[in-house]
Design a protein around this ligand. Sequence first.
Ligand SMILES: [Zn+2]
Length: 482
Amino acid sequence: MKIKSFICIIVIMLLTGCSTFDTRSKSSTNNELKTSLFYNKLIQGSSPNTAQLNLFFAQMPKGGDLHNHYSGSIYVETYLDWVKTAGYWINKDTLHIDETKTKASISVDQLRSDTKLYRKLLTLWSNKDFQNHYRPQLPPDASFFNTFSYFQTIAKNHRKGLIILRNRAIRENVSYLEIILDPVDYSYPDKSLDEKLEKTDNKKSVSRLLDKLSSKIDADHRFNKKVDKFTKDLEAVHKGIDDDKFMMRYQTCAFRDDAPSLVFSSLYAGFKAAEKSDLLMGVNIVGPENGVTAIRDYTLHMQMFNYLRQKFPDVNRALHAGELTIGMVRPKNLNFHITQAVRIAGAQRIGHGVDIPYEKDAIDLLKEIKEKSVVEICFTSNEFILGVKGQNHPYLLYSAYDVPLVICTDDSGVSRDNLTHEYVLLATRYKPSYKTIKKYVYNSIKYAFCSKSDKTLLINALDARFKKFETQMAAYSDLISK
Ligand SMILES: [Zn+2]
């Protein structure tokens, strides 16, 4: 290499934040540099080249998506195919699924031939057309969570759905999915304990009450049966999903707007199932964080996680926390959700973490999250549900503090997007370096809940995929800059 071009590459490396020379071949280092420079060109100025960025990120290996919900990731069109196959109907008045025919029932084919009604259904079953024209509609957060009530009846076709999500991931160069499934189908309602749990936030009293509830659940003959069924069903639907290109693992969850005994029994069953299963890697808590019960019982839920993590120390915890912003709840409810998820529940990963600027001792908390946790960033979801985007998004706080981040979709079927789109939003809004983008991709494997040996496989595959991608992008950038 001539001295002039060598110096030129060193200067470019310093400017672009690319890694220093290592044992890799000169050509792959060159390809990484060219890819980085090409990316820099695309994000330049006030109007980045989104068309090229769409192509760039669609081709780029994206590692894993660690925060995505099974039922929210399937597109409406697919759900309608399943409604048809199941022999169900659509109610033309409510646009809900009719499992048995009524006077208002129409077939999926009839629905599809009625353009106006079909388009209306798309707006109710997903976020489609929410912002681009006026019509009477629910507030965005209510509209988002309401979509699930339409397709929940048909969403349980796990086998078909998981294959669809797998194939979609492979097509957009995603090699690992960690999918949040429904809760284990087990509940232990206990009204008298609910009343006591709702009244106390004393740690010792809560622990004593949870001991009582655990003993009752342990003595319930349905408990182990339901847990076993969940893990066995999961093994059955998972068959044929993994191969040398792709891997899928799962989380289960509880609904945070349920009564305390229901939340606890779901969590308990989830922890027990995750302890038994090699596929179920962790437990989460889901649902609108501003729900009446969710707000009232937030600390109690964190105490439940704390209780169960002592009972099941090997089970991972990823928690939706701080999916709130100013105006949604009283200011006092913006002060502690992420704090308690980290400090009480011991969350290894935080879903969203949007209310971070309002948390009490936010600066100390950032430091703690950086040491103990990871934040799952979901731009589209935060923009739609919370109205938080651009310069108002806490990505700027987390990235400035170098908190480990992963880029995720949340509910790509309801939002009608994909992981590629989330990376395009990241690049156009915040213009991180190519090196930082790669760091987020590698984070998505590093902080996954899968086993160490699985991570090694995925990281090795990612290295090879990036080598191929950068070779391709270097050639492409040469071609189009001629
Ligand atoms: Zn989520």
